[in-house]
Design a protein around this ligand. Sequence first.
Ligand SMILES: *Cc1c(COP(=O)(O)O)cnc(C)c1O
Length: 392
Amino acid sequence: MINECYYDEFDKKEGLGFDSKVVHGAMGCDPITGAVSFPIFQSATFRHRSFGISTGYDYSRLSNPTRQELERTIAILEGGLEGFAFTSGQAANMTVFSLLKNGDHVLLSDDIYGGTFRICEEIFRGVGADFTYVDMGDLAQVREHLRPSTRMIFVETPTNPMMKVADIAAISKIAKEQGALLVVDNTFLTPCFQRPIELGADIVVHSGTKYLCGHNDVLAGLAVVTTPELAEHFHGETKSRGNQLAPFDSWLLLRGLKTLSLRMKRHNENAMEVAKWLRSHPKVKKVYYTGFEDHKGYEISCRQASGFGGMISFELDSEESAHKLLSNVNMILFAESLGGCETLVTYPLTQTHESIPRKTCEKLGINERFIRISIGIEDAADIINDLSQALE
Ligand SMILES: *Cc1c(COP(=O)(O)O)cnc(C)c1O
C-alpha cells in the first residue's frame, strides 16, 4: 500500500508554550489549501486513487482528518501518546472501563461523577468487575482498599461536587507498585491547569462537553493514552463500538479549544471573587472551593495545578433558600452541566447525582441545601449581584 497522505506530517510544536499550543493545535492549518480554520471533512468514505494507493483515510469510523486533528491536539495538550475523540464523556469512560475483565477490581473517588458511577454499577459490575469508592485525599484509605485484583485506580480531582483534591503523583506511585492503571478524569481543570500524565497518570479522560468545548453547544468526550498497548485497545474499541466524534462536532471542539487558556484564566479569577463573596453571606453555611487557603487540598492543588478552576459548591441555611435561589436567578442559568461561558447553577441531589444512592449523597454532604455553581466568564460583579438578589 502506498500512502499519499498530506496529513501524516505534523509538527508537534514542542517548543511552544501551552497558550500557543491551544491556538495552533497539531497541524493547525490545512496542509493542502492553507485554510487557517482546519476544514470539516464531512465525508463518510475516501476515494482510492488506484489499487494499492490510499490517502491514509478509508472510512470515517476508522479515521477522519478533522477528528484526527482534534485527537492529535488533545494528545499534545495533555502530553500523551495518542488522543481519542468520542460522542460524549460517557462514551470515553465506557471505553476506559472496557479494559476490565471478569474479576478485576477498581478503586474510584467516593464522590465520582454520577454517570461514571452508573457505568460501573449498572454495566461493568454485571460483567464481573468490582468497585470500591474511597476518599482519594486519604492515601492510607487508598492503600487499605487495594486488592491483588486491583487493575485500575480512577481519580477525579477536584471531585464533583465536593471539590476534594487527590494527590495524583502519590496515587500514581501506589498504582505503579500495584501494577494498576491510573486514570484521571481531568474535566474540571483541563490541561490548562493540570496535566495528570506529567504526574504519572496512564490515561486522561474528559467530558469535552465542559471546559474544552466551553460553549455549551457540543457533547464530546476525549481520552489520551500513554502506551501503544492502550492505544491499540482504544483503536479496537472505537472501531467496533462506532462511538467516535463526528467531523462537525470535532471542528467545534477545535474552535473552542483556541480560547481555552483565556477562558480558564477568567473562570479562575471570577470563581475566586464569587467564592470569597459567598463565604461572607449570612445564608451560606459552607463553601467548597479549592482556592481557599484553609481547604484541605490547598497545598496539593498549588503543587500539582496552576489554577483552581471555575467550580464552587456551597451549602445554604435551608432547603427553602436553595429552592429560592434556583428559581430566582436571572442572568445565571439553572441548568445541568458546567464549564461553559455562562454561569450555571445545578442542584446535585436531583440532577447530576440522581443515580447515587441517597445515603451515599448524605454521607458526602450532598443534601437538599447543597448547590453547585459553574462560574462563567461574565463580569464577576454581575454574577455576585444576581446571587445576592436571588438569596434575598
Ligand atoms: C459531564 C461529566 C462527565 C460525562 O460527560 P458527558 O459529556 O456528559 O457524557 C464525566 N465526568 C465529569 C467530571 C463530568 O463533569
